[in-house]
Design a protein around this ligand. Structure first.
Ligand SMILES: Cc1cc2nc3c(=O)[nH]c(=O)nc-3n(C[C@H](O)[C@H](O)[C@H](O)COP(=O)(O)O)c2cc1C
Length: 241
């Protein structure tokens, strides 16, 4: 199985999303997958011009010359797309949205009704199924709701299957490994298991999803510790030595 993993965070390799994506993909490799990881923050992907040339003048291809053409070719030959990223202002990050918009050349201009909804026909034989991995800063899991719904709707748009989501709220606490090594280890181990199960069993159980999203600090503790960490950064920035 060929997996294309997309990290849509501005932090790329150094971010919280990658802390979950890394063990997940290790598990996927253990399950037998061949994984190609792409960091959108490293690529030149311009916004969709909305010009419809990819439908009419150069069907199937965008007229813009940037990194999206190569990425679409990778997608076409993948069996599974892992779309990973942070919540930015309640939704998908700018990098992620640019990527999704620029998938328009994969659609045909003509409209049809599919499962009761108006859709475009797909120009390619099959869009790979999609699995989402999302991290957010706030404590409550429902902060990832719009991100997840957006990705699910995009899958309907691309006539493909949505295979599930790993959610990690209060994502910054994953960087506090020195203080919470054991609890963070449980989360990362579950992310690894999720990757292995998705490839070898075709699904991730709710038990594993819950472990990745699991609390080990109360909301008040997360707020207190986070604010203390910000105060420390503020003091350092204002009194550099
Ligand atoms: C521009 C911006 C907007 C954000 N908006 C939200 C938000 O609406 N809700 C939330 O829970 N976290 C929000 N966050 C926090 C990120 O979702 C969180 O830190 C995430 O795990 C970062 O992942 P990354 O390090 O891989 O980029 C925001 C962060 C940034 C930079």
């Amino acid at each position: 199985m060929k997996i294309l993993a997309i990290n849509s965070s501005s932090h790329g390799t150094k971010g919280a999303t990658q802390l979950i994506l890394n063990p997940f993909l290790e598990g996927a490799r253990k399950g037998g997958a061949d994984v190609d990881t792409v960091f959108l923050n490293k690529l030149n992907i311009k916004p969709c011009l909305g010009c419809s040339k990819c439908w009419v003048k150069t069907p199937g291809f965008c007229v813009q010359e940037d990194d999206m053409g190569d990425l679409i070719e990778k997608l076409k030959t993948s069996d599974l797309l892992i779309f990973a990223g942070p919540v930015y202002v309640d939704g998908i990050s700018g990098h992620g949205k640019l990527f999704l918009d620029r998938l328009l050349p994969l659609m045909d201009c003509h409209l049809m009704v599919k499962d009761g909804n108006t859709r475009h026909a797909l120009r390619i034989p099959k869009f790979p199924p999609v699995f989402g991995i999302v991290t957010c800063g706030f404590y409550e899991k429902d902060n990832t709701y719009i991100w997840e719904e957006h990705l699910k709707r995009a899958c309907k748009n691309f006539s493909t299957e949505y295979m599930g989501t790993l959610i990690r709220p209060s994502s910054h606490i994953l960087f506090w490994k020195k203080d919470y090594e054991e609890a963070i280890g449980v989360i990362l181990k579950a992310a690894y298991q999720a990757g292995e199960d998705l490839v070898s069993k075709g699904r991730v159980s709710m038990d594993i999803v819950d472990k990745v999203a699991g609390d080990f600090l109360s909301r008040d503790e997360v707020i207190r510790l986070s604010n203390a960490a910000w105060d420390k950064q503020l003091r350092r920035a204002q009194n550099p030595r």
